[in-house]
Design a protein around this ligand. Structure first.
Ligand code: DGL
Length: 261
């Protein structure tokens, strides 16, 4: 197993699993290594320098485990650190989620009004404003609270639901008022709250999921049952519980706790 070429996938926590579950359906890698940097989540409230430093640690760990291609399954890292990572690892293909997500939103909108929600760092990077703003009417909102709500399983618990709805009202009402018909979930944690967004907008917006968009750009591989290894940098129990609730049809292995700094 160890000598098989691996695909490395990383995020600050559980969010990247929303990408993982989509790419597992398509990529041809027989071995996939996922790292959730749960000891340092969230990334999106931090400075660009910190995010780059964390992402370098993540990639170094994945390379040490044999990754020969890496996917930053994190909107924040993709928006803030991808160029830096590609420069410091020129021999490794490193993919992010922005290109596919932008293309998906452009394809989906009918009225040209696109809402983008992401972390503060993603919004500050201006990437969606630049990439979509020339052709579309774009309203961008930072929604930092959605990250812990997803990471700590509020959406999985009946008693957490009201809190998630309050946060939806708080963050999404300007987007509703702007008349958007397409909502970019610009943080990979956000698809864990997808049902709430769907309900908040009464099914009236197309929800753009980065993982799904990215997976659609990958040529369908032949490996249908890749071996999967999960690593986290803090408590594995919380991660496992949320991961289990959202893993869909996959039987996720137990994550191993590792040090990456
Ligand atoms: N899931 C990440 C993203 O896509 C990171 C969220 C966070 O750690 O703040 O932006």
């Amino acid at each position: 197993m160890e000598n098989k070429a691996a695909l490395g996938v990383f995020d600050s926590g559980v969010g990247g699993l929303t990408v993982l579950r989509e790419i597992m359906k398509r990529d041809h890698y027989e071995r996939i290594i996922y790292l959730g940097d749960t000891g340092r989540v969230p990334y999106g409230t931090r400075s660009a320098d910190k995010i780059k430093e964390y992402a370098e640690d993540d990639i170094s760990f994945l390379l040490s485990q044999g990754a020969e291609k890496v996917i930053a399954a994190c909107g924040t890292v993709s928006a803030v650190a991808l160029d830096t990572l590609r420069k410091s690892h020129p021999d490794i293909p490193i993919d992010g989620v922005i290109d596919a997500t932008v293309a998906g939103a452009a394809r989906a909108t009918r009225n040209g009004k696109i809402g983008v929600i992401g972390t503060a760092a993603t919004v500050r990077s201006g990437v969606y404003q630049r990439r979509l703003g020339e052709s579309f009417d774009v309203t961008v909102t930072a929604c930092p609270l959605f990250v812990p709500l997803a990471e700590y399983g509020f959406a999985c618990e009946e008693r957490g639901r009201a809190t998630v709805f309050d946060a939806c009202e708080y963050y999404l009402s300007p987007l509703k008022a702007a008349g958007i018909d397409t909502l970019v979930m610009g943080c990979t944690h956000f698809p864990l709250l997808e049902d709430f967004f769907e309900e908040y907008f009464d099914g009236g917006v197309a929800l753009i999921n980065s993982g799904r968009e990215l997976a659609a750009t990958i040529e369908k591989g032949t490996c249908i049952a890749p071996s999967l290894e999960l690593f986290v940098t803090d408590d594995t129990k919380a991660f496992s519980e949320v991961a289990k609730a959202f893993s869909g049809c996959y039987d996720l292995p137990r994550p191993k706790r590792v040090r990456i700094q």
